[in-house]
Design a binder for this molecule. Structure first.
Ligand SMILES: [Fe+2]
Ligand SMILES: [Fe+2]
Length: 171
């Protein structure tokens, strides 16, 4: 029977019979989906200035990548790539919201991002952006102090690794 599950990364609720392979909202691994009754609300995380600064940088990456993918979806060459870019836009938006919640700040304004005309070049740029995000999250997870911040940065690095693999397949 359908039951509510909740993502321990992004907090979104999923109704289903089985634990999904990945969170349909943020892309986190299925192991992050817990029964809604067992879900822990971390809310705003009490972190030091260094961790806060790292979260601010991360939020900047997520907003920038979400805006980039939105541009890509808006001028994709076919509906297949459009579907991928749409999903990536939503996942990066979830990541941005998650970071803003952890920091206890409002979502920042959107940046202006342009994107290449051909889908091949879009995926090439996606590859560079995801590579940059993964590198940042892994290095930052090691340097940050707060355990929740570390955990989220590691989870995000795994999700962006999946995005990187998508860019590798289609570029
Ligand atoms: Fe999620
Ligand atoms: Fe992301």
């Amino acid at each position: 029977m359908m039951k509510p599950m909740r993502c321990q990364v992004c907090g979104e609720v999923y109704l289903g019979d089985e634990v999904p392979d990945r969170c349909p909202f943020c892309g986190a691994a299925g192991k992050q989906m817990v029964s809604a009754a067992e879900w822990i609300d971390y809310g705003k995380v009490d972190m030091n200035d260094f961790d806060m600064e790292q979260c601010r940088t991360a939020l900047g990456f997520e907003i920038s990548n979400a805006t980039f993918y939105k541009c890509c979806a808006g001028k994709a060459e076919n509906i297949f790539n459009q579907a991928i870019f749409k999903r990536l836009t939503k996942q990066e938006m979830e990541h941005a919201e998650l970071l803003a919640n952890m920091m206890g700040v409002d979502m920042p304004d959107f940046t202006e991002e342009s994107c290449p005309d051909t889908d091949k070049e879009k995926y090439e740029e996606a590859h560079l952006r995801e590579h940059r995000a993964i590198k940042f999250y892994l290095e930052s997870a090691a340097k940050c102090e707060n355990p929740r911040v570390k955990e989220i940065f590691r989870a995000l690095s795994e999700i962006e690794t999946e995005h990187l693999q998508i860019s590798n397949v289609y570029r």
